[in-house]
Ligand binder design. Sequence first.
Ligand code: OSB
Ligand code: MG
Length: 364
Amino acid sequence: MKIEAITLREIRMPLVHFFETSFGRTYSRRILLLTAHCDGVDGWGECVAGEDPFYSNEWTDSAWLTLTHHLVPLVLGGNLDSARDCAALLSRVRGHRMAKAALENALWDAEARQKSMPLWKLLGGTRTEISCGVSIGIQDSVEQLLDKIQVELAAGYRRIKVKVKPGWDVNVLEKIRSRWADITLSCDANSAYTLDQVEHLRIFDQFNLLMIEQPLWDDDIFYHARLQKVDESIVGARAAAIALETGACRIINIKVGRVGGFSEAKKIHDICRDKEVPVWCGGMLESGIGRAHNIALSTLENFSLPGDVSASKRYWKEDIIDPEVQVSPQGTIAISNQPGTGYRIREDLIEKLTVRKETLRAGA
Ligand code: OSB
Ligand code: MG
């Protein structure tokens, strides 16, 4: 697979409803898309970095610069046997996993299209449908949150996750549980608590939560081990192994962007599978391109819990893929057998949403 050129774009997409976590509110996304032009075939990738370095230390502009200055030059003009070989070429750059994932995943996409093979099969997936949950942000009022939960349950979603932070937690969970005693419910603190608040966190246990996601610091595994339960601190296979050995979690969330690309995501998946620890696929308010990649990843056998992989229309008035991602009344997404992701890229629409674009060519 000869990598002839790479195009980076930034597109702007307003969310249909703002999304609030313990670190802030997002109304509109600035999404970096990457196209790998390989032997006449285009592969697309999406960088999941946010608008600000709040969820992680990467953000849209750091990813753009890291890609153009460092990552793209490491592969441009190269001839890879497989996208699996990309990570090793990028390993000289420390961190910047979301930027790396955008590039590596575009190459997986290109490879699948070149081989006329579904991406999910190339990744080693086996599921023909995946199970979906939703992540619901902090709202202006608890009533508004309950209304949203009602809508998502009626749509068939199999797991409700709500964002929590001090002041929007026990009171909220109590109201949810008193209305829906039996739904599969989890919460995500995005590091809003410290170990001093362990007694407070213990109260969460009475709500029969599937998990408490990322209660403590994002880079901490040791103290999560003390507290015990889940996390979002797993940035690679080594971190996953440490977390499992120390008992820091019993469930692992995999976001392909956070861990640096499909090959690392697969490694984490395999380590967890071997230890019988279930994994689930996280979301980062992706456009259809990143969403389609999350769907393909979720077909791997050990993705046994519903992911934050939900319908396009929950986020966008109009998505950049065709068809849009749809979720059945049973809360599942059917997997396509078409080559690549099975979703056509709407290049015309992408062109209209593009605010900057740069193409780097081999030998230029
Ligand atoms: O913690 O999972 C998270 C969005 C931005 C940053 C962090 C997180 C999220 C989400 C979004 O929860 C989930 C989705 O894409 O629906
Ligand atoms: Mg999370």
